[in-house]
Design a protein around this ligand. Structure first.
Ligand SMILES: [Zn+2]
Length: 407
């Protein structure tokens, strides 16, 4: 298959400066790999030719932070919060994450799988070809393992990375007995879940797990062979970002309240900072210190943080726009944040960029009407970017415009 004459191709090739921009290039795919790429005039023959004129080419997007598997709905809570009720009041009344846990525990695996499939399909519509899925709405050994098994079963056409997040919240039945729940995570959940996951994550924050508990959980996960990630410095500063970086964490995520020492630790250990601007928006929170992270040379990534409460967001392009407007990312940082740097946050450095021999995950997009075929034209507007073609593992997963067919 040849994607021919792409007006502007952002390869995100790490060997090239900026976004690895190329004009008028073609990309030939063979099986699940990029077989060739270069100037259109030199393109090889192909069985199927797709017209790339009038489009922007990108590698398939990578979402490095989602909680895509849950049952139930929190739409009513959205209404209550708009009416002025606080999240803690809702939580006290048995709502919030605990209501999602109740609904998820009682949902059969097939129902969860169908919900997960529908959500991943929506993400694929918007160009996500690799998605991280966290457990964390089970909070008991059996349900956490079930969630991870379902996450793994959703692999294909998208690539799925499963992350164990038994330390998402203290479940209602363990309230007042935190130690017992931390022990359950380490001694009962982890042995069941480690074989089903690539990474372990912890929600270290006020109302969740403290620094010592979080370190113990992450250390146990690392000893079981999992990569390390953390929900870090979101509501209060805990020090988990620096601690996780020292443990060799792939990423620390949120970071609204990271301090200088934390930033220095990320820079020193090459840990990716994953920003989640949709959560910042829904919580009406302040931005992470993007300028300081940038100055320190910390790799910046973005995620949807798709979840039913604080970030019901299914559009990576809208999240890029929010990253720019709410957090001060540049257009280039926003695009790298959902491609190459997001892949790095998952330890999948072969993804998120296009090169010969690399994975055949590729998008053709067009910006809002009247806008130029540029990165800024793509990121500027919410809802403006249109996906003309989504190729995942060398196969056409979405083809939204019939006129792009072969000629
Ligand atoms: Zn999260």
């Amino acid at each position: 298959m040849l994607i021919h004459q792409i007006d502007r191709l952002y390869t995100m090739d790490p060997a090239l400066p900026g976004l690895g921009e190329q004009e008028g290039w073609s990309v030939a795919l063979e099986g699940e790999r990029v077989a060739w790429m270069g100037p259109a005039a030199q393109a090889p023959e192909a069985d199927e030719v797709i017209d790339g004129r009038g489009t922007i080419g990108l590698p398939g997007l990578v979402d490095p932070h989602t909680h895509s598997l849950w049952a139930g709905s929190r739409a009513d809570e959205f209404r209550r919060r708009l009416a002025g009720e606080s999240y803690s009041a809702i939580l006290e009344a048995g709502g919030g994450i605990l209501s999602t846990v109740r609904a998820t525990r009682s949902a059969p695996a097939e129902a969860l799988r169908a919900l997960g499939r529908s959500r991943l399909d929506r993400l694929l519509d918007r160009g996500i070809t690799t998605v991280e899925i966290k457990s964390g709405y089970g909070l008991d050994p059996e349900t956490e393992a079930r969630l991870l098994a379902v996450a793994r079963s959703l692999d294909g056409p998208q690539r799925v990375c499963a992350t164990f997040l038994g330390a998402h919240a203290i479940p209602a039945e363990h309230r007042g007995q935190r130690d017992r729940y931390v022990r359950q995570i380490i001694e009962e959940q982890l042995p069941l879940c480690a074989p089903l996951a690539e990474a372990i994550d912890v929600y270290c924050d006020r109302g969740a797990f403290d620094l010592d508990e979080s370190i113990a959980i992450l250390e146990a996960g690392r000893a079981a062979g999992l990569s390390v990630k953390a929900h870090a410095e979101q509501v209060i500063h805990t020090g988990i970002a620096a601690a996780a970086a020292r443990m060799g964490a792939l990423s620390v995520d949120h970071l609204e309240r990271i301090d200088e020492a934390g930033i220095a630790a990320l820079a020193e250990h090459g840990t990716v900072a994953v920003m989640l601007p949709a959560a910042q928006l829904y919580l009406r929170d302040s931005a992470p210190p993007v300028e300081a992270l940038r100055e320190a040379g910390v790799p910046l990534a973005l995620g949807t943080d798709l979840n039913p409460g604080s970030s019901p967001a299914l559009d990576p392009f809208a999240v890029m726009t929010l990253g720019c407007v709410l957090q001060g990312l540049t257009v280039e940082e926003a695009l790298l944040g959902f491609t190459r740097n997001a892949a790095r946050a998952l330890g999948r450095t072969e993804l998120g960029w296009l090169g010969i021999g690399g994975p055949a995950d590729l998008l053709l997009c067009s910006p809002a009407p009247g806008e130029a075929l540029t990165a800024a034209g793509l990121v500027q507007s919410i809802g403006g970017a249109r996906l003309e073609l989504v190729i995942c593992r060398g196969r056409i997963a979405r083809r939204l415009v019939a006129s792009r067919e072969c000629r």
